[in-house]
Design a protein around this ligand. Structure first.
Ligand SMILES: [Zn+2]
Length: 288
């Protein structure tokens, strides 16, 4: 790929909004630095719960179309121009929360053939040749079937890319160090009386929380990229309410917006005790 920037980052997510919540600061930073940032979203989130009463009529395909517009607005906030849906818009339907009958819908992502879905992602990898891939852990961060499936598909696609000689040098899972999460919830409980949220969530609501020593990498968004992240999250208005450094999903339980985002390196060479760059140790020219 001679026409793409030398540093290329691929993120694999389940629904529109997951990218901004988990990686908004990271995506904004690398886009601003001139890296090529590619987002692959596996479903349009047609089974998400809608927060604003004025939009509560949106369900199914209409909600999916609306969420694609929200995603487009969010990517404009992050400066990301390459964002795609796995296999094309609507190829895989949102599976809904774990344990509901929608999980059995043959069209849903949970029922997808992993090899076939990974084949779609392999095509993106072959086109973009990312050095770094970011996705969820095997539990999908918090157990949503589409997040678990996104992990499986991304992992299988890396295996296929390995066989094809184009695997990303590094793969990361989204993480939150436990002590960072605990401190953030302590600040949240102090701030709560001044916020628009009635109740604080708990650390267990946050996907990907692990003991600190498993975290290999942190990306500090600073003021600029943290602000872009908050704006991108707010663009997903059917799913997220943002108030300053805090946000809530449809359950209305406040959580921190992390301005520093954390990762666990699971493939490739770790460059230092705590990496501060996902591309650390990668010779971009050599890899391109
Ligand atoms: Zn999701």
């Amino acid at each position: 790929m001679t026409d793409l920037p030398s540093r290329r980052l691929l993120l694999v997510h389940a629904h529109p909004d997951d990218e901004s919540i988990n990686n908004g600061a990271t995506m904004a930073r690398y886009a601003a630095e001139g890296a090529h940032v590619t987002l692959v979203t596996c479903t349009l989130g047609e089974r998400g719960e809608v927060i604003p009463p004025a939009l509560a009529h949106l369900t199914g395909a209409a909600l999916g179309a609306h969420r694609l517009r929200e995603l487009t607005a969010a990517m404009a906030e992050l400066g990301v121009t390459d964002f795609r849906r796995l296999g094309g818009d609507g190829r895989y339907a949102d599976s809904g929360m774990m344990g509901i009958p929608d999980n059995d819908d043959p069209a849903c992502f949970w029922q997808a053939d992993v090899d076939e879905a990974a084949g779609h992602l392999l095509k993106v990898i072959q086109e973009v040749r990312p050095q770094v891939l970011v996705t969820y852990d095997p539990h999908g961060g918090y157990g949503h079937p589409d997040h678990i499936q996104a992990h499986r598909v991304a992992t299988r696609a890396v295996e296929l890319a390995d066989e094809a000689g184009c695997a990303p040098a590094k793969v990361y899972w989204n993480r939150v160090p436990r002590t960072v999460g605990e401190a953030a919830f302590a600040r949240l409980r102090e701030a709560l009386p001044g916020l628009s949220f009635a109740e604080a969530g708990v650390l267990e609501d946050v996907p990907g929380v692990v003991d600190d020593e498993r975290v290999t990498t942190e990306i500090d968004g600073g003021d600029t990229h943290a602000a872009a992240k908050a704006a991108a999250m707010a663009a997903h208005a059917t799913q997220i309410e943002v108030d300053g450094d805090w946000f809530a999903l449809s359950n209305k339980l406040a959580q921190p917006v992390f301005r520093t985002e954390y990762y666990e390196l699971v493939r490739g060479e770790r460059a230092g005790a705590r990496e501060t760059d996902l591309f650390a140790g990668i010779d971009a020219e050599e890899a391109s």
